[in-house]
Design a protein around this ligand. Structure first.
Ligand code: NAP
Length: 240
């Protein structure tokens, strides 16, 4: 049984499909229940409302799950693109609450069920923004760094327990990510991917499904996946 957070679009939805294709019963969580209901119907899984920033929602979600083999911490995203001097504190709070504290909440809540499975796997979708910084991205890069540190700290803490940990760090993936970052400005969001070929959500989902398909003694610690057209968080084929 697998759980995917933030499964209503992008990488989360694609990962739910990939894990279902590989034979997992998948529980999909997100706030937009119309979308996850349709996805659960399509893949023969179960949809449950989940807001990772709401302790009561996480508690209700976790209470229905006794045994979990795979947890994909995918819910997250960015808001805004501004220099530190002009940082919007509400945007920062949203990014920290969703990516960092949200991941902590759901991981903590499902840890007993992951251990109970006898062969658990926690996949956390951080970003290349968890490994590097870029101008105007401080709110997102700091949140993704913190999320990565949280995930990496769990690895030694769980040594001796039957739980593997895989961090997946994607570069540019064309999803609703930029639409959310720019508060629904579709034109600005599309420009992010102008003149280059970004990853698709399926490209990342395939890698997550591969990690989940390894035998219990094999731990893929960290996987960095970028488009060929992107070198790092600052340089791509367009910017040179
Ligand atoms: P997306 O299409 O915007 O998907 C984000 C998902 O997160 C949605 O399903 C959304 O669902 C969910 N989410 C947001 N806030 C939530 C909350 N409070 N509770 C539960 N779910 C929540 O973007 P994506 O690119 O697939 O992003 C998935 C992950 O990949 C994120 O962690 C993102 O930071 C990371 N990432 C993305 C890229 C990229 O270039 N796209 C690169 C590196 C890493 P609801 O709104 O329905 O709740």
């Amino acid at each position: 049984m697998a759980v995917v957070t933030g499964a209503s679009s992008g990488i989360g939805a694609a990962t739910a499909r990939a894990l279902a294709r590989d034979g997992y019963f998948v529980v999909v969580g997100a706030r937009r229940t119309d979308r996850i209901d349709a996805l659960a119907d399509e893949i023969g899984g179960r949809a449950m409302y989940l807001d990772v920033t709401d302790p009561a929602s996480v508690e209700r979600f976790a209470a229905t799950l006794d045994t979990v083999h795979v947890l994909v911490n995918n819910a997250g995203g960015a808001k805004g693109l501004a220099p530190i001097a002009e940082a919007n504190l509400d945007d920062w709070r949203w990014m920290w609450e969703t990516n960092v504290v949200g991941t902590l909440r759901i991981t903590k809540a499902l840890l007993p069920a992951l251990i109970a499975s006898g062969d658990g796997l926690i996949v956390t979708v951080t970003s290349i923004a968890a490994l590097d910084t870029y101008d105007n991205g401080g709110g997102y890069t700091s949140a993704k760094h913190a999320q990565g540190v949280l995930h990496r700290t769990l690895r030694p803490e769980l040594l001796g327990k039957p739980v593997r940990l895989t961090e997946v760090c994607p570069g540019m993936v064309e999803t609703e990510f930029s639409l959310v970052r720019f508060e629904g400005d579709a034109e600005r969001a599309e420009k992010v991917y102008d003149g280059l070929t970004p990853l698709t959500a399926d490209d990342v989902a395939d890698v997550i499904a591969f990690a989940a398909s390894r035998p219990p003694h094999v731990n893929l610690d960290q996987i960095v996946i970028k488009p060929r057209d992107q070198v790092d968080a600052r340089r791509n084929i367009r910017t040179g």
